[in-house]
Ligand binder design. Structure first.
Ligand code: ARG
Length: 435
């Protein structure tokens, strides 16, 4: 059944309906659609626009529809135009004329804008909870690894010794900023478009603040044209989610490197790894690779939203129906990734010895050796040059800064003393640095 009876003399073509329909992806908003309609019906009655009797019928009807969808008794019709049409038609089927009054002082344009906001508020909370869980795991792992010395890298070349706990805390900082960005976007989105009508508000004496408050919003969208045509919040959220994926993807890249035979810094739990169909020795970090790969989907979703919106005149345009698949996919992907990623990190084993051994090679305490000379009064540039010469000598003689005898050190500078070995000790180097 179509909502636009009267003006049309022909049935809609199947091709038009198939192309136009959004039910396959907006049906996930059924609960939010019903919740919004209930608040709207209560407001209409409170303002004397519909009777209390009709309101009661509408509320009971909507509650029954909700219960029936959730129990599986009522299947959502895949041929309906959208979830709003489906629920209104079902309501009218069930309660008759009262159902036809629900759409008074409302349009699908403010209705859909409301439904997406309600849905995305919930989605944002779910992603935030998953990020909190990841942060708890990172905190635990970091504490377990406050003594684990590893090489820190720049250009993927061994640079200076760091503590693995702090390495993990670096990622925790990124995820904390992600949480902040999500909370921020949620704050800006938390205003109700309901009552904006198709675009220009309504002549009925509605109470927009009442529905806004009942639905948990901080207020109303002030401008009705903006209320129905704003999808900034989808773009902001897709941006925040893209950054979550950037961070997960960088982290995944490290996990993949670290569990290679070349590094062997960590080992993933068997339950969170996969094997090969042909190579019996293989243990693959598929989760990390898939997370890295799926980042592309979320960036694509962000680009979709930006592109859909960029040329649209005010107010509602059907193009905007394209918002939902993109933003829902972004949320679904991030939730899926976090759900698998967090237990993978939680169950991984850290090979502290291999990390320590890798840190002992590659002269990553050379800066500390130069700092030692600087603290004894040599200008840093001179200390840097001398240390470079020592490193070059060690490479030729196959020694490290730790094994080079003091007499040899003294040949490069008489400022060297026995305490140089303390200064270049990896644990001291890693821990003495400002975190
Ligand atoms: N399915 C539509 C959407 O997602 C609902 C709004 C339809 N409004 C309209 N004027 N055709 O955008």
């Amino acid at each position: 059944m179509k909502l636009w009876t009267g003006r049309f003399s022909k049935e809609i073509a199947k091709e038009t309906n198939d192309f136009n329909s959004s039910i396959s992806f907006d049906q996930r908003m059924y609960k939010e659609d019903i919740t919004g309609s209930m608040a709207h019906a209560k407001m209409l009655a409170a303002q004397g626009i519909i009777t209390d009797e009709d309101k009661e019928k509408i509320l009971t009807g909507l509650q029954n529809i909700l219960d029936d969808i959730e129990s599986g008794k009522l299947a959502i019709d895949p041929n309906a135009e959208d979830i709003h049409t489906f629920i209104e038609a079902e309501l009218t089927d069930r309660i008759g004329d009262a159902g036809k009054k629900l759409h008074t002082a409302r349009s699908r344009n403010d209705q859909v804008a409301l439904d997406i906001r309600l849905t995305l508020k919930k989605e944002t909370d779910e992603v935030s909870d998953l990020l909190q869980k990841l942060l708890a795991v990172l905190d635990k792992k970091a504490t377990e690894n406050d003594d684990t010395v590893m090489p820190g890298y720049t250009h993927l070349q061994r640079a200076q010794p760091v503590v693995f706990g702090n390495y993990l805390r670096a990622y925790a900082e990124m995820f904390k900023r992600d949480l902040g960005r999500l909370a921020d976007a949620k704050k800006r989105m938390n205003f109700s478009p309901l009552g904006a009508g198709a675009l220009a508000g309504t002549t009925y004496n509605i109470n927009r603040e009442m529905t806004a408050e009942a639905l948990g919003f901080d207020g109303i969208c002030e401008n009705t044209l903006d209320a129905v045509s704003d999808r900034d919040f989808c773009i902001e959220l897709a941006n925040a989610l893209s950054l979550v994926m950037v961070h997960l993807s960088r982290f995944s890249e490290e996990i993949i490197l670290w569990c290679s035979w070349e590094f062997k810094f960590i080992e993933l739990d068997d339950a969170f790894s996969t094997g090969s169909s042909i190579m019996p020795q293989k243990k693959n970090p598929d989760i990390a690779e898939l997370v890295r790969g799926k980042s592309g989907r979320v960036f694509g979703d962000l680009m979709t939203l930006l592109t859909v919106m960029k040329g649209l005149p005010l107010a509602y345009n059907k193009d905007m129906q394209e918002d939902k698949e993109a933003i829902f996919d972004a949320f679904d992907t991030v939730k899926m990734c976090l759900t698998a990623f967090t237990p993978m990190i939680d169950t991984m084993t850290v090979n502290k010895e291999n990390m320590r051994n890798a840190a002992a090679k590659g002269f990553i305490n050379a800066t500390d050796c130069a700092d030692y000379l600087t603290k004894k009064g040599l200008p840093f540039r001179d200390a840097y040059k001398i240390t470079g010469e020592i490193v070059s000598h060690c490479i030729k003689t196959n020694e490290t800064l730790e094994t080079l005898p003091l007499e040899q050190y003294k040949q490069f500078s008489d400022l060297f003393d026995g305490d140089v070995y303390d200064a270049i000790n990896l644990e001291t180097c890693a821990k003495n640095r400002i975190k």
